[in-house]
Design a binder for this molecule. Structure first.
Ligand code: GDP
Length: 475
């Protein structure tokens, strides 16, 4: 273990201010220890309460994790359908669903829910979860064993499933306290009954179900902050509300060694030596094949207006320009290579008015979103992570890919407004209120009064998002 750089050795006792357990084998997951050499130190410190709850969660996970005695017992009960004595071990099973950015956000949401309800989080490995992420808890795996009895039903679970909590309520409004498992459908197409998950009263009945199987493509944490029975605990865990995903993300998501190779090699080759690193995350949801001129216009307008990139000098009279050896590295990510090529060419063809030297880099251009392909998702994960290592970040509206980068990086990004009618919006972008992700499909329901309510106007720390007027985010 002596072959690691010495800067990291001092950190072995207290990894990330105590956020990470010190009980891991280092070589199995290099990123866990080496990332400190690539990141600026976080401006935020985890609360001592969060640290102690993480350590006690790890102990619970060790007692209840896959193939422990308690796990085997509750699986038996699940198969026999008998409801006997209450076990210490209750579970949330997270189903692998949707794009990688979405998955990272929902996994963090499921973990916080598990922490709040003293459940153990188990992860459906899907096609490539084990290929992308190191085990976050010491000694016992977070992966759901593939012989889990109802794993073969996960693909069929959807809004219509009779097993869903919402549909069960429709059949039996008083609830059924003897269920062995319940399917929580928290995806974007969930209905009013499914949304009752976010009511205290429903949490009380859900509490009795040993196995909760959850499918979601949403970062639902903002709405957990509106459930009265979780309020105090969340306050203690996160005195600074905007650090929720920042800490949960840094705690849970460590790239596996192959992905860490993609990240560290790229970083060393193109980013490390620059005086400043700028991230530009371009995600275009419009149909048709880009690149689109209005998107390029918007990227440049935002970068120049916010002084993230310098203006160019078009008279080519380079003799009179200030001599400034400062370098900026611009890391662009996009499915398309076109935006990157144009920005790169601009700074090649013309000098900057400041004399700064601008290098523009884009790791991949995968053309379209692909599922079930290992290298594709490895690259996507590596790129989110690389963006998180920049000093200043520009992101695209509605993109969970960008949310992951900003949260891990502890960065308040400039968000490019979503273009309407194929025109660059004016202003092109705005600074985010906080580094938190946006919950895209929150409920608007007052559980006590049983009426609609604007959930973005109830407390000062849960607001509507900058990039989606009906979304909710923590600030
Ligand atoms: P979202 O759709 O922007 O919210 O982000 P997701 O990550 O959930 O889904 C988009 C998927 O498209 C990613 O997981 C990648 O597979 C792919 N993708 C989108 N943008 C990029 C990019 O800039 N680079 C790479 N490598 N993949 C991308």
């Amino acid at each position: 273990e002596d072959d690691f750089p010495t800067a990291m050795d001092v950190l072995t006792d207290k990894v990330l201010d105590g956020l990470l357990s010190s009980e891991f084998d280092k070589s199995s997951c290099l990123s866990r220890y080496q990332s400190v050499a690539y990141r600026k130190e976080s401006a935020h410190k985890p609360s001592s309460y969060l640290i102690s709850r993480l350590r006690s969660y790890e102990a619970l996970h060790r007692r209840c994790g896959p193939y422990t005695q308690s796990y085997n017992k509750t699986v038996e009960k699940l198969m026999s359908g008998q409801h006997t004595e209450i076990s210490e071990c209750n579970y949330v099973v997270w189903i692998s669903f949707s794009g990688l950015g979405n998955r990272i956000l929902t996994l963090a949401s499921a973990f916080l829910y598990a922490l709040l309800t003293n459940r153990v989080l188990l992860v459906d490995r899907g096609v490539d979860m084990a290929d992308l992420f190191c085990e976050p808890f010491p000694k016992v795996s977070w992966l759901l064993p593939s012989d889990f009895p109802i794993a073969n039903q996960f693909n069929n679970f959807d809004q219509k499933s009779p097993h869903s909590y919402g549909n069960m309520l429709k059949r039996n409004p008083v609830g059924n306290s003897t269920l062995q498992f319940s399917y929580l459908h928290l995806a974007h197409d969930y209905d009013d009954q499914d949304k009752l998950f976010f009511c205290d009263q429903d949490q009380t009945s859900i509490q009795k179900v040993p196995w909760l199987i959850m499918k979601t493509d949403n970062y639902f944490i903002p709405s957990l902050f509106l459930i009265p029975s979780f309020e105090q605990e969340l306050n203690n865990l996160f005195p600074e509300k905007e650090t929720v995903f920042h800490f949960l993300g840094r705690y849970l998501f460590h790239p596996t060694n192959p992905v860490w190779g993609l990240i560290s090699r790229y970083y060393q080759a193109y980013l490390a030596k620059a005086d400043e690193k700028i991230g530009l995350q371009i995600r275009v949801f419009d149909t048709g094949t880009g690149p689109f001129q209005y998107v390029l216009d918007q990227i440049l307008a935002c970068s120049l207006k916010e002084k993230l990139l310098p203006e160019i000098n078009q008279n080519e009279d380079i003799g009179s320009l200030p001599l400034n050896q400062k370098t900026k590295a611009v890391l662009m990510t996009s499915l398309n290579a076109g935006y990157f090529e144009r920005v790169r060419d601009i700074y090649w063809e013309f000098p900057t008015v400041t004399g700064e030297v601008i290098g523009v880099y884009q790791p991949s251009h995968e053309e379209y979103q692909q599922t079930e392909k290992h290298v594709h998702n490895r690259k996507a994960w590596a790129e989110m992570y690389l963006l998180s290592l920049t000093d200043k970040l520009v992101t695209s509206s509605w993109s969970t890919f960008g949310y992951v980068a900003q949260g891990l990086g502890g960065l308040k990004p400039w968000i490019l407004y979503k273009p309407e009618n194929q025109t660059a919006p004016d202003p092109p972008c705005r600074r985010a209120m906080s580094m938190e992700p946006c919950f895209h499909a929150p409920p608007f329901y007052d559980c006590k009064r049983k009426t609609g309510v604007d959930t973005g106007a109830l407390v000062p720390h849960v607001r509507h998002c900058e990039d989606m007027s009906w979304g909710l985010k923590l600030v």
